[in-house]
Design a binder for this molecule. Structure first.
Ligand code: MIC
Ligand code: SF4
Length: 646
């Protein structure tokens, strides 16, 4: 039986396990990426492992999330990151050089390789034929130290594309349509692999946009084949020698095949406040908009910016709209400028910002009260924009620019002829925003500002757990709920005691104090708990407050892995209805939890203070169980190194 592209990459990198769906495997990681918001912690963890230089083929540290130097802390973090990259043999992409996923696609993505990134949208590089996955900072630190990445063998879903996108319809509409069909849980435990004749009609950056939002399906990764289009893209980036063809075998199979006819698609839009709340633009057209932003790692490539500029050649922005451009990278900005795009945008009234994440992670650009903000971004989770009760819609650059012109949500097909964008045969390339590592780095000094605090130490798991239910939440809780970001909180990412004061602040500001006073505590949740970001602070900070276990209906993959890494026992209800039998404030005991974990038990008995008992599942690999018993991955690794393992 032939192999699909995902299986080819996995089999070429498999160091443990077999390719049986759902079973634990470990993969060799060729490349890693970090960004500043998760990176400071990842590098502190890397230092704690004690390796002299990264062992990957390539590791890159990007600075793109927090560029707002409102005080010394942010600039200090940047200097720390630059010096630690230089010390350990890591490429450093400077502040303002661009969003990690856009720059990685341009300068480093390489077909057939594996990439692990401490950012959930790392799968964007799957547009270039890679298996690219998001993970917590500690997993990325381990990969930099040469350790394989542990996950369960994903199910590979084939998405067969036919036809061709119609004028004014673009890649974002493809993935919004899939989010409409499959929901934010539809991809959990899966890799989405695209194939079929429609693939050849999509550029690598279009494929990147689709792969990027595969994360919003909950997928582990999204993979496109590497074909002539990929070769041309790499040639346009002066990297043709890194290209290799990679297609599924004729007789390859998929766990499931989803058919999508590109010709039948129309402009789509995700309504507040979830990326899967998708309808046709036509269904919500006419609603007044106050802010429109083109940007983020989903849609800020050359074609996205130039499409907007061309549509604005003879038009102006509505006087009621703040129209903003966040270019994906300096390369995008420079190439768009050479084509005269910036002139059009400025003349039409656009506000041009620096290259980075900006408003996508709530670093500025918060919308006005009770107004609609239309964004080409990845996520519209409640409050992520920085405004309470926000109304954020997610759409394509085409829908964004059409709506910015009219001042109301507009189907771009009402705008007449669509602009035709030819991609450059050769991009203007200037790598002065990327500092390569030197050969001998041993004497380089690491610069630490006063905001960089060392990692907290965590106790091993006790024999029995007696915990209070400090919080009970519903389905689809995101990491933005658990550990919000934004301009007030992001500067605290290198300071666990300080950031932990904001855990669950948007839904229950009393939580940190309550958790500390009731510790040890447990949190109860519904389906898809922890969807969204890869931020390990959503596990690390709760653990610091005394959270020792979580009991939910189901978990999102990266968050579950982060919980394990920081010693919080992730359990699921054997019978989901048991969720209703237990309330906030109750005490529960789990006798013999440590022994249950170490003996490989699949379930444990949970006893509530009211005398009720029920079963909770432990869906964990052997390695996960050792880590949890040790109290954290770092404890376990250190014990292994010193020979004092469980
Ligand atoms: C996001 O889009 O939520 C982020 C900010 O990029 C996160 C990473 C983080 O929290 O630092 C992600 O998606 O992993
Ligand atoms: Fe940055 Fe937004 Fe992309 Fe996250 S989703 S990496 S915040 S642009």
């Amino acid at each position: 039986m032939g192999l699909n592209v995902t299986e080819k990459i996995i089999s070429g990198h498999l160091v443990e396990g077999e390719m049986t769906t759902g079973q634990p495997i470990a993969l060799r990681i060729d490349q890693t990426l970090t960004q500043d918001a998760t990176g400071t912690m990842a590098y502190l963890e890397f230092e704690a492992i004690g390796i002299d230089r990264v062992k990957t083929e390539l590791s890159v540290s990007y600075v793109d999330h927090n560029l707002l130097q409102s005080d010394f802390r942010n600039a200090d973090d940047h200097r720390f990151l630059q010096s630690i990259a230089a010390r350990y043999g890591i490429y450093f992409s400077r502040p303002g050089n661009g969003i990690c996923h856009q720059v990685h696609l341009e300068r480093f993505a390489s077909p057939g390789k594996t990439l692990l990134g401490s950012d959930s949208h790392t799968p964007t590089a799957g547009g270039c034929g890679m298996l690219a996955m998001g993970a917590g900072g500690l997993d990325v630190a381990m990969a930099m130290a040469g350790e394989p990445f542990h996950l369960n063998m994903p199910e590979v879903v084939g998405i067969r594309l036919t036809g061709q996108l119609q004028p004014w319809v673009s890649a974002k509409d493809v993935i919004l349509e899939l989010l409409r069909r499959l929901s934010v849980k539809g991809g959990v435990g899966k890799v989405m692999e695209y194939f079929g004749p429609g693939v050849g009609t999509l550029s690598v950056t279009d494929r990147g946009a689709i792969a990027n939002l595969g994360t919003e399906l909950g997928a582990t990764g999204t993979v496109f084949p590497s074909d002539e289009i990929t070769r041309k893209f790499m040639e346009s980036q002066d990297r043709a020698d890194g290209w290799q063809p990679l297609e599924a075998d004729q007789d390859a199979s998929y766990a499931e095949v989803i058919e999508l006819d590109l010709s039948s698609l129309e402009p789509m839009i995700a309504c507040p406040s979830s990326p899967d709340n998708v309808v046709k633009v036509k269904e919500v057209q006419g609603k007044p908009v106050a802010q429109v932003i083109i940007g983020s790692c989903a849609n800020s490539s050359y074609r996205d910016i130039v499409t907007a500029a061309r549509a604005l050649e003879t038009r102006q922005i509505s006087k009621n709209v703040s129209f903003e451009i966040n270019p994906g990278s300096r390369q995008v900005l420079e190439n768009a400028d050479v084509q005269g795009a910036l002139k059009n945008l400025i003349h039409a009234g656009a506000r041009i910002h620096q290259c980075g994440c900006l408003g996508c992670i709530g670093m500025g650009q918060a919308p006005a009260t009770d107004t609609i903000s239309l964004r080409t971004f990845t996520r519209n989770f409640p409050g992520r924009s920085g405004t309470k009760n926000d109304q954020v819609y997610l759409c394509s650059p085409e829908t964004a620019v059409a709506s910015a012109i009219t001042g109301v949500i507009t189907d771009p097909r009402d705008m007449g002829d669509a602009p035709e964008i030819a991609l450059p045969e050769k991009y203007i390339i200037n790598d002065n925003g990327i500092i390569p590592p030197a050969d001998d780095t041993s004497s380089i000094e690491i610069i630490r500002g006063p905001n960089i605090k060392s990692l907290p130490e965590f106790e091993p798991l006790p024999d029995d757990l007696e915990v209070t239910v400090a919080l009970k939440v519903e389905d689809n809780i995101t990491t933005d709920h658990i550990m919000p970001a934004g301009s007030k909180i992001l500067p605290l990412r290198s300071n666990v005691p300080a950031i932990s004061q904001y855990v669950f602040s948007a839904i229950d500001p009393e939580f940190p104090e309550r958790a500390k006073s009731q510790a040890p505590v447990i949190i109860l949740g519904g389906e898809n708990y922890g969807q969204g970001s890869s931020r390990e602070h959503a596990a690390l900070a709760p653990r610091y407050l005394g959270v020792r276990a979580k009991l939910v209906k189901s978990f999102a993959r990266i968050h579950k892995a982060n919980l394990i890494n920081f010693g919080i026992v992730p359990m699921t209800f054997e019978n989901p209805d048991d969720y209703n039998r237990i309330s906030q404030g109750e005490k529960i005991t789990i006798p013999g939890i440590r022994m249950a974990l170490l003996s490989g038990a699949e379930t444990v008995t949970v006893k509530s203070s009211s005398g009720d008992t029920f079963q909770a599942r432990l869906d964990l690999s052997e390695r996960d169980r050792f880590i949890l018993a040790a109290g954290s991955l770092l404890n376990w690794v250190k014990a292994k190194i010193s020979g004092k393992e469980n």
